[in-house]
Design a protein around this ligand. Structure first.
Ligand code: 5RP
Length: 303
């Protein structure tokens, strides 16, 4: 109980000092509610306003993907290097240690498997359950130009409506079907629709030409998807270019967990994203760390 005997009036009111209130600096997010901003600040590192999100949600439509056969063995050791983990509630509850502290971006749409029409998704997680899991955001696939375009957009807008009640941001993933071209024109269309309809963060693919216009036209943070496995230097170069051209981070999966050395790779990606390390320097860092990790423990130098 507070001690009443020695109670004195405080005198540190600084009446001439204007009140300090730092605006939240993340692109397009300054007007959001405090809880929403607080969750985004868990995903986007406040010192850089950027993120390295590790995507391991592939199993929700394609089963045990190469590199994700044993998430407990292959992914849990990477958690300390990721700003956020994009995964499913099944994997969260069964395998991800709550004490890891890594913010969860929860896959919240699903339905069809790779054996069916992928755009035929529905909402697969309630916001209440996302709150129970302490998710930092929920992720929903949006298939612009796909067979079930309107349904997938409706999934997103329904989650956005609920997100306002719970203060949990929505990440819209622009899914590109095989028949669509991943050029800047298409990506501008898809990302802008997601942002206009309320997504707080948008994930999209990189395109070699005019990606800067995709990022510029999207009023909220854009994170770059990794896509199929590339040689490490190419993946690091793609991430570097995306960052230079306006991305707010990456959400990479296969290019990290299918690397010969996933820890070395996620650390190299992080150096590109947060320290703007050039691709060759990051690749060199990757090679040195990868070489070190193949040496017996007693021959490794401190890193
Ligand atoms: C599924 C997704 C995945 O999270 C993401 O695309 C997988 O990451 P990567 O392509 O880098 O392996 O959104 O559509």
């Amino acid at each position: 109980m507070a001690d009443n005997d020695n109670r004195t009036e405080g005198d540190r009111f600084w009446p001439s000092e204007p009140p300090r209130s730092e605006p939240y600096a993340l692109k397009g997010s300054s007007g959001l509610d405090w809880g929403m901003q607080s969750r985004l600040a868990r995903v986007f590192r406040p010192s850089t306003s950027r993120t390295v999100m590790l995507a391991i949600d592939h199993g929700y439509f394609q089963g045990p993907t190469t590199g994700l056969e044993r998430v407990d063995l292959s992914i849990v050791p990477l958690l300390g290097y990721a700003d956020a983990l994009m995964t499913t509630r099944g994997m969260v509850r069964s395998t991800i240690p709550p004490a890891s502290g890594t913010p969860i971006v929860l896959r919240a749409s699903g339905g069809p498997s790779i054996l069916r029409e992928l755009s035929d998704e529905q909402i697969a997680v309630s916001m209440e359950d996302a709150a129970r899991i302490n998710a930092a955001a929920v992720a929903v696939q949006v298939f612009i130009g796909g067979q079930f375009e309107t349904q997938s957009v409706r999934n997103m807008t329904a989650l956005v409506d609920q997100s306002q009640r719970y203060g949990i941001p929505v990440l819209a993933v622009t899914a590109v079907g095989k028949e669509l071209t991943r050029d800047a024109r298409y990506l501008r269309l898809a990302t802008r629709i997601c942002a206009e309809l309320g997504a707080h963060v948008v994930k999209t693919y990189y395109c070699a030409e005019d990606f800067d216009t995709v990022a510029a036209a999207c009023p909220v943070p854009l994170v770059m998807a990794g896509g199929k496995k590339l040689p490490e230097l190419e993946a690091l170069t793609m991430a570097y270019r995306a960052m230079e051209e306006g991305a707010a981070g990456v959400d990479m999966g296969r290019n990290i967990f299918q690397s010969d050395d996933p820890v070395a790779m996620i650390r190299a990606v992080s150096a590109v994203v947060h320290d703007s390390l050039k691709p060759l320097a990051a690749y060199d860092q990757f090679l040195r760390r990868a070489a070190l990790s193949t040496q017996p423990a007693d021959q490794r130098h401190a890193d």
